[in-house]
Design a protein around this ligand. Structure first.
Ligand code: HBI
Length: 383
């Protein structure tokens, strides 16, 4: 006997759950997942898998042997790890080591491609982009850094030309670093070939703080491209304490910082896991972001917003697309310390509740999964 189920009243617009997709994510070949070598890719993959599985999709992850990703099932591939792209020069030729894990992962992907509706590449490497046209199952590429080399730029531009919509990036400014491409008489900004997908964090790990102390925060790898010296100078002029957190990556650079700012060592609290990091961050009046380069995204900005901490950032790269100027932060002309000082003096005009609200509406795991799901469906519908 089939029980009659009341049909919902016509006024209720049911958002249909998507038909489950069978997705194969192919990870970065520079190191096993969980080793930290994959940098932002590990976090993106963890967050994506969690959000997409909650929306009913079937996920398989292909990664170098020794990879761990929470409770996500991983197909581990052995082989020689790939040298990292972000330490090479613009004219560095493509390198494929003998017995490369990159080659092994893509051989597996080709053999198994019929099991999947879509293959998603997360490697910033030439091979997967070159192989795109040889696959029958569509291959999408989530590009995780800005332009670094001619070889990669050409491989990415080739996919943009042959398969519009198959490229994804964190931010528009990151996509714009791949320049413009002239096909015949027309010139296309490469950014138009990218789906802009932004990023996300697990908001449950961050606690809102309505009433901060007097300190400012600076978060990030201690390395020249992050511009820590400007934050120290601005905090000194503003006579505000500064808390420095992050991985001490470049010892030589840190020594020059400490020579110029002897109190910097007292400000440095080390590289803390998220739970302890957010305990410090949430009590700060604002986060200072002083990047010298085009940040592809700037995850620390959304960590601050999730705690209710407004962001004062140079108007450059990813942070400039995250901060809502005048509400959840201030955008300052790049490399302009007096501009930072003026923004610090205007922190009280910013709304800490608006910061948390922006994180919840734009940077939750579900918001991220929805953006990727819409990108994937647009690709599959046009195959
Ligand atoms: N280098 N060759 C290569 N391949 C990658 O996938 C790669 C990299 N360097 C850094 C990196 N990925 C990630 O840490 C960033 O994309 C976030």
């Amino acid at each position: 006997m089939v029980r009659a189920i009341d049909s919902p009243p016509a006024s209720v617009n049911i958002i249909p759950m998507p038909s489950p997709l069978r997705l194969l994510f192919v990870s970065t070949p520079v190191g096993p997942l969980g080793s930290g070598l994959g940098g932002g890719v590990e976090l993106t993959l963890t967050n994506l898998c969690q959000g997409l599985r909650e929306r009913g999709h079937h996920i398989t992850v292909l990664a170098p042997e020794g990879s761990k990703l929470g409770n996500i099932s991983i197909v581990e591939i052995g082989g020689q790890l790939q040298p990292t792209a972000h330490t090479q020069g613009r004219s560095t030729p493509v390198i494929i080591p003998g017995g490369s894990v990159l080659g092994g992962m893509w051989r597996y992907a080709r053999q198994q491609q019929d099991q999947f509706d879509l293959i998603v590449n997360l490697a910033y490497d030439w091979l997967p982009f070159y192989l795109t046209e040889f696959f029958s199952t569509p291959v999408a590429h989530f590009v995780t850094m800005g332009s670094l080399s001619e070889a990669m730029d050409q491989a990415i531009q080739q996919v943009a030309k042959q398969f519009p919509r198959r490229l994804g990036a964190y931010t528009r400014s990151q996509a714009e670093t791949f320049g413009a491409e002239t096909f015949g008489a027309e010139t296309f900004g490469m950014a138009d070939a990218f789906a802009i997908l932004s990023s996300a964090i697990d908001l449950d790990l961050y606690d809102f703080c309505p009433t901060p102390g007097s300190a400012l925060a600076w978060l990030g790898r201690i390395s020249p491209e992050k511009g820590l010296e400007d934050a120290l100078e601005a905090a000194e002029i503003a006579q505000a304490p500064l808390k420095i957190l992050g991985k001490l990556e470049d010892g030589e650079y840190w020594r020059t910082i400490c020579d110029r700012f002897p109190h910097a060592t007292d400000c440095y609290l080390g590289f803390l896991p998220t739970r302890e990091l957010q305990q410090v961050l949430r009590q700060c009046r604002a986060l200072l972001m002083t990047p010298r380069w085009v940040e592809a995204f700037g995850n620390v900005a959304i960590e601050a917003l999730a705690c209710g901490v407004p962001v004062i950032a140079y108007q450059r790269g990813g942070p400039a697309e995250i901060v809502r100027h005048g509400t959840t932060g201030w955008l300052v002309p790049p490399d302009n310390v007096p501009g930072l000082v003026d923004a610090i003096a205007s922190i009280d005009h910013l709304d800490r509740h608006a910061c948390r609200h922006q994180a919840e509406t734009e940077y939750s795991l579900d918001a991220l999964a929805l953006r990727f799901e819409q990108w994937f469906e647009a690709i599959i519908q046009t195959v």
